[in-house]
Design a protein around this ligand. Structure first.
Ligand code: BTN
Length: 247
């Protein structure tokens, strides 16, 4: 695939054969005032970034992109958009590709316990308004991340054939645009709960400050995870990584 030519989106897709990280380029574009739904996509990233300061291995064949959004919402509600994006992506994999995708809190997409996609977001505010909310997605499509990430899977491995990434990205953007107009937070949360592989499970949550173990009980109205700790207390986790413990 040489270029991401997606009908109707020619002016909004910026393709790079190789880049440090699509997050950096998208931030530059967002700061210069690019329109919402601008997409920066790369065949390879030299410094792909994951959540919690991890690296995101970005070799040829994967789908690596950052989407610039400009939602007219309170900055405190930006987490809700991340939930919507993960619901749209998981449902796309399920409905169009018959892949049994689930969502692990907050926004990882898993298949049979293995990670197929991750999301990273970055936002800038202007007082009480969101200037931009950039959402970066790394989706394992035709790449082979399993040597460095043994707990990963790819669409090609699951389907036994290569997947056309232009079609995949085009479908995702169309569905997301539609969902952003139509879906309320209550509907998003209900859809997320239907797809979750986290709730009701014993988990270990790693935050920047601590490691907490317990049962994932719920997510609240901001998308924070409500945990019943093994010590019997209730704890709210706003940012962290969640690992499902064997029960
Ligand atoms: C995670 O699960 O830790 C999040 C991974 C996000 C990776 C994507 S790939 C496209 C965009 N550019 C980056 O450098 N990171 C995100």
């Amino acid at each position: 695939m040489a270029l991401y030519r997606i009908p109707g989106r020619e002016n909004a897709i910026h393709y790079f054969p190789e880049i440090e990280s699509t997050m950096d380029e998208a931030r530059n574009m967002a700061q210069k005032g690019c329109p919402a739904f601008t997409v920066v996509v790369a065949e390879q990233q030299r410094k792909g970034r994951g959540r919690m300061d991890r690296q995101w291995v970005s070799t040829k064949g994967g789908l690596y992109f950052t989407l610039v959004l400009r939602p007219d919402i309170n900055p405190a509600d930006c987490g809700r958009v991340n939930f919507l994006v993960s619901v749209v992506l998981a449902n796309l994999l399920r409905k169009e590709y018959h892949i049994d995708a689930g969502v692990k809190w907050p926004n990882d997409i898993l298949v049979d316990g293995k990670k197929i996609a991750g999301m990273l977001s970055e936002m800038a505010t202007d007082g009480h308004r969101v200037q931009y909310l950039n959402i970066g997605i790394g989706l394992n499509v035709n790449n082979d991340p399993c040597r460095v990430e043994p707990n990963a899977t790819t669409m090609k491995m699951l389907l036994g054939e290569r997947v056309r990434r232009t079609t995949l990205l085009g479908r995702f953007l169309n569905l997301l645009e539609e969902a952003m107009v139509q879906m309320t937070w209550e509907q998003t949360l209900a859809a997320w709960r239907n797809l979750t592989v986290t709730l009701g499970r014993p988990v270990r949550v790693v935050t920047t400050r601590e490691i907490v173990e317990g049962t994932a009980m719920n997510v609240d109205d901001t998308g924070a995870l409500i945990l019943k700790t093994t010590a019997g207390t209730t704890q709210k986790i706003i940012y962290g990584d969640c690992f499902i413990n064997p029960s």
